[in-house]
Design a protein around this ligand. Structure first.
Ligand SMILES: C[S@@+](CC[C@H](N)C(=O)[O-])C[C@H]1O[C@@H](n2cnc3c(N)ncnc32)[C@H](O)[C@@H]1O
Length: 298
C-alpha cells in the first residue's frame, strides 16, 4: 500500500470514531470503502419558520482572506482556478467519505432517476456530474455549470456531458429547462442565496427536484473541535505534501472557516421556501453531511 493508501486507512479509522461521537447511531458496513452511520431518523425535524429568516450571503466576509463581497468573489474565483489541478486528488484522500459513492447515494435519495435532464451547479471537476450521468443513463442529459475556468478545464466527465460557464446566481439556460438540479459543496461560495435559489426555481420544470449537498458544522462541542482539527489542521497539512499548487493548503483552511461561518440549516430551508420551493427537507448523514431537498411545486 502506497503513501496515499496509508493516509486513507488512518483517516478512515479516525473518521469512524468521530462519526460515532457526532451522531450517536449504530454502524452497518455495507460498502467496502465507506462506513455509513445509520441514524434512526436522518430527516431533520422542520425548523420553526417564524424564528429563522431567509438569508442572502451564506456568511459574512472572512477578513483573514478578503475585506468585502467584491474581494471575496475575486479571491474565491482565483483560488479555485489555481488549485483545480489538485482538487480530485485531495478530495479523494481527505473527503471524509463524501466521495463518489456518497454523492450517487444522495442524488438517488433525492429522486434522480433515468431520463431526467440534470443541471449540476458548481460542477467543479465533475464529481457530482459523473454520478448524475451514471444515474440518468445518458451523459447528454447532464449539464455542469461553474464560474471557474480552471475547474472546468480540469473536469473529467463522460463524453456528452455539457460544461458551461455560469454561476448559481446566473444559470445560462431558459426557464423550465431541467427536471433535476444538484449542487455539491458550492453553497458557501455563492454571493446571494436568495438570488441563487430563485434562479434554481426558474430553470426547473414544474415538479422538478433539487438536491444541495453541504457540510454542516456540528452543534456539539467535541465533534466540532474534532472536525475543526481535522479540516483546519490535518487536511491543509497533508494537502501541502500531496498537491501541486501551493494554494491548495490555503483552500482547505478556508474550507473549514466557511463551514463554521455558514448560515444555519434552518435559514437555508427558509430561503428555499421563500424562493417558492415546496416539500423542503434536510436529510443528514454522519451528523454533518446535509442534503437539502425540495420540489418546484408550482
Ligand atoms: C468545493 S468545489 C465543489 C465541486 C463539486 N461540486 C464537488 O462536489 O466536489 C466548489 C465549486 O463551486 C464553484 N463556485 C464558486 N462560486 C460559485 C457560484 N457563485 N456559483 C456556482 N458555483 C460556484 C467553484 O468554482 C468550485 O468549482
Amino acid at each position: 500500500m502506497g503513501y496515499c493508501g496509508n493516509i486513507r486507512v488512518v483517516l478512515r479509522k479516525a473518521w469512524i470514531v468521530f462519526s460515532k461521537e457526532a451522531a450517536g447511531g449504530k454502524f452497518e458496513g455495507h460498502n467496502p470503502h465507506v462506513q455509513v452511520l445509520h441514524l434512526s431518523e436522518n430527516i431533520m425535524p422542520r425548523p420553526d419558520s417564524t424564528q429563522y429568516p431567509s438569508v442572502r450571503a451564506p456568511h459574512s466576509p472572512l477578513t483573514d482572506y478578503y475585506r468585502n463581497e467584491e474581494e471575496r468573489r475575486s479571491w474565491v474565483g482565483n483560488i479555485f482556478n489555481r488549485t483545480a489541478v489538485d482538487y480530485d486528488r485531495i478530495e479523494s484522500i481527505l473527503g471524509l467519505g463524501s466521495g463518489s459513492w456518497y454523492r450517487r447515494q444522495a442524488l438517488s435519495r433525492a429522486g434522480l432517476v433515468p431520463g431526467m435532464k440534470v443541471v449540476d451547479v458548481g460542477v467543479g471537476t465533475g464529481l457530482v456530474a459523473r454520478q448524475a450521468a451514471l444515474l440518468v443513463g445518458n451523459p447528454a442529459d447532464v449539464t455542469g455549470v461553474d464560474p471557474s475556468s480552471g475547474m472546468l478545464q480540469n473536469a473529467q466527465v463522460p463524453d456528452g456531458v455539457q460544461l458551461v460557464t455560469g454561476s448559481a446566481e446566473h444559470i445560462p439556460f431558459p426557464d423550465q429547462s431541467f427536471d433535476f438540479l444538484s449542487m455539491g459543496y458550492a453553497l458557501r461560495h455563492i454571493s446571494d442565496l436568495s438570488v441563487a435559489f430563485a434562479e434554481f426555481h426558474r430553470v426547473l420544470k414544474p415538479g422538478g427536484r433539487l438536491c444541495i449537498l453541504e457540510i454542516t458544522c456540528p452543534e456539539r462541542t467535541l465533534p466540532k473541535l474534532l472536525l475543526k482539527a481535522y479540516l483546519k489542521g490535518v487536511v491543509p497539512g497533508l494537502a501541502k505534501l500531496a498537491s501541486k499548487s501551493t494554494d491548495t493548503s490555503l483552500l482547505w483552511r478556508y474550507y473549514w472557516d466557511t463551514i463554521e461561518a455558514c448560515a444555519k440549516p434552518a435559514n437555508v430551508i427558509a430561503t428555499l421556501e421563500n424562493a417558492g420551493f415546496g416539500q423542503v427537507d434536510r436529510y443528514v448523514e454522519l451528523g454533518i453531511f446535509s442534503e437539502y431537498r425540495a420540489t418546484k411545486t408550482q
